[in-house]
Design a protein around this ligand. Structure first.
Ligand SMILES: Cc1ncc(C[n+]2csc(CCOP(=O)(O)OP(=O)(O)O)c2C)c(N)n1
Length: 603
């Protein structure tokens, strides 16, 4: 995880020496601020309250930028967006009790998507812990299953060590969230500050370098394979290994699928990129995995949204499974060749091993496989039905945003149909340009995560592509954006309904639309998103006419001093295709309602 090594205390110790001499007397809160500075923190998203107030006072004198959010959930997702866009550790903070429990969703979200996050919470005074004191919640207990590690600190002298460890754990191995809960009295008491010059965690030694024998075995399988697929997951991005991936892809000539968490790891324009696998993946990507004789999984985890019905997933394939987290290997699908290691090291070594095979005159012949793959790619490209006359197509809006704003922009999605379309219809050419909530599927992710991404990448255009349902969960962070000069662009794909749920009701519940109508455009506008944007001090635009899509996007591109919200009123019956129904076999992929690819019908 080289991109995150700035958090290593050994690397930051030199700077520290000039800031503070070891053993300086100060309060626990001052020590906590010094520790965050020493860990290289530049920005924190949070909200103060009684238990964490001692920390907010010295924060005023710190170089660290604190961004006051409107809801702790927004602070957590903002830290995640920042981390995803920059590769650094994201930091959020909250007070005890309800402040801390409001962080539960973003912490769980970061855990599922392996995002390096440090959450600092204030806790009631140590003597009051366990007494049901005002605003007491056992946040360490609550977050135990959704953090990589967590701490309760009641002794101020432990603060520098714990913070150093928290950043180390969050950013190394398989990244993830770490929570540090600090009692109020520990922040108020006097202590001395010394930043540790090394981390001593005997029980935590993530393996980075893969085992050479396993890598050579994987290379041999790749050479012998007639129908290999490189199955690339978010771990490749976490390891900042896009370059290494590209080299292996070019060397092997093998087809690649990039999961929802890995979009952008290999350019979409690369001829070997078959696109996204899984429930709403391309026919070529889904079917290539099904028919493969070898799957080389790189930083992916055989998630149910990718495998579909597990016992019928990729029945002919041998599995090479490379992951930094040994717990992932053979969890869902037994691996023939397990490789534990950092994706960048795995890719570099696999490259050398395949190169050695080539030098020895052994090379895979994938010509026949590519004939078949090309038939699938050409026969079943991604596409969508036209919207009814005069109505706006959501897929068209999203693809035009991608085309006009371009591949250097960052696109952040909420959860639902718009998320799948944003993954399908924007061409990702660069890593770290696509940010979404893949594992937890958290509605409300887009606006705050886009805010965090824009803080980390202020010179990049950052789009939140959101649903009208998702947007209503966290749009209050637009106030944070306006006040703190964070000019994101929000495209609300307004189908006046909880679209993805409605799609399932259409397909599986006989078009009985129980509680999915949001009344945000059809007949009424509750709320009116343009007025809402205006109320926050953003520019609000509306587009209801298919002929005005491009001009509206262009207008948003020209506004760079305040956030822009566009209410794209789209037709509500658009559906996400292709689709593999939940729990079904990937062999049952449909490209439209009751329409399967030709070979499936012939079967
Ligand atoms: C916090 C949360 N609650 C409920 C869900 C279940 N859910 C998944 S998609 C969806 C609908 C999203 O609607 P909208 O934001 O309008 O997006 P659309 O699908 O219409 O594009 C719901 C309710 C969820 N993923 N997250």
């Amino acid at each position: 995880m080289s991109g995150q090594r700035t958090t290593d205390p050994a690397a930051t110790g030199a700077t520290l020496g000039s800031m503070t001499s070891p053993g300086t007397a100060m309060t626990g809160a001052q020590s906590l601020v010094r520790s965050l500075e020493s860990a290289g923190v530049e920005v924190v998203f949070g909200i103060p309250g009684g238990a964490i107030l001692p920390l907010y006072d010295p924060l005023m004198d710190s170089s660290i930028r604190h961004i006051l959010v409107r809801h702790e959930q927004g602070g957590g997702h903002a830290a995640t967006g920042y981390a995803q866009a920059t590769g650094r550790v994201g930091v959020c903070m909250a007070t005890s009790g309800p402040g801390a429990t409001n962080l539960v969703t973003p912490i769980a979200d970061a855990y599922m998507d392996s995002v390096p996050l440090v959450a600092i919470t204030g806790q009631v005074a140590s003597k009051a812990i366990g007494t049901d004191a005002f605003q007491e919640a056992d946040i360490v207990g609550i977050t135990l299953p959704i953090t990589k590690h967590n701490y309760l600190v009641t002794d101020p002298s432990q603060i520098p060590r714990v913070i150093a460890e928290a950043f180390h754990i969050a950013s190394t191995g398989r990244p993830g969230p770490v929570l540090v809960d600090v009692s109020k009295d520990a922040m108020q008491a006097m202590t001395t500050f010394t930043w540790p010059d090394k981390i001593d965690l005997p029980g935590y030694r993530p393996v980075a370098r893969p085992h050479g024998k396993q890598v050579r075995e994987a290379a041999r399988l790749l050479i012998d394979s007639k129908r290999p697929v490189l199955y690339v997951g978010g771990g490749v991005l976490k390891a900042r290994a896009s370059e290494e991936l590209r080299r292996l892809v070019d060397l092997t000539g093998a087809p690649v699928v990039t999961t929802l968490m890995a979009r952008g790891a290999l350019p979409d324009s690369h001829p070997q990129n078959l696109g996204m696998p899984g429930m709403h993946g391309t026919v070529a990507a889904v079917t290539a995995l099904q028919k493969a004789d070898l799957i080389v999984s790189l930083g992916a985890r055989f998630d149910d949204r990718v495998t579909g019905r597990l016992d019928s997933f990729a029945p002919y394939a041998k599995i090479v499974h490379a992951d930094i987290d040994p717990a992932e290997i053979s969890k869902n699908r037994v691996a023939d060749v397990p490789i534990v290691g950092d994706a960048r090291d795995v890719l570099s070594e696999l490259f050398l091993a395949v190169q050695a095979e080539h030098t020895a005159g052994r090379k895979a012949d994938l010509a026949a496989w590519w004939v078949t793959l090309t038939e699938w790619l050409e026969g079943y490209p991604l596409g969508h039905a036209q919207a009814p006359e005069g109505e706006v197509s959501p897929q068209h809006v999203i693809s035009r945003i991608g085309a006009i704003s371009g591949p250097e922009s960052i696109y952040v999605a909420g959860v639902g149909q718009h998320q799948m379309w944003a993954s399908q219809f924007i061409q990702y050419e660069n890593p770290y340009t696509w940010i979404n909530s893949g594992g937890l599927g958290t509605m409300g992710f887009a606006v705050p995560a886009a805010m965090g991404a824009k803080v980390g990448k202020p010179d990049t255009a950052v789009w939140a592509i959101d649903g009208d349902g998702c947007f209503q969960m966290t749009n209050q962070e637009l106030a944070t954006c306006v006040i703190n000069n964070i000019p994101i662009k929000v495209a609300v794909i307004n189908n006046s309904s909880l679209g993805m749920v409605r799609q399932w009701q259409t397909l599986l519940y006989n078009e009985r639309y129980s509680n999915t109508d949001l009344h945000t455009s059809v007949g009424r506008r509750i709320p009116d998103f343009v007025k809402l944007a205006d109320a926050y001090g953003c520019v609000g635009l509306r587009c209801e006419n298919p002929d005005e899509v491009d001009a509206t996007i262009q207008k948003a591109m020209e506004i760079n001093d305040v956030p822009v919200v566009i209410d794209f009123v789209v037709h509500r019956d658009a559906m996400v295709w292709p689709m593999v129904a939940a729990g079904a076999s990937n062999d049952k992929i449909q490209v439209a309602r009751d329409v399967s690819p030709k070979w499936d019908r012939e079967d």
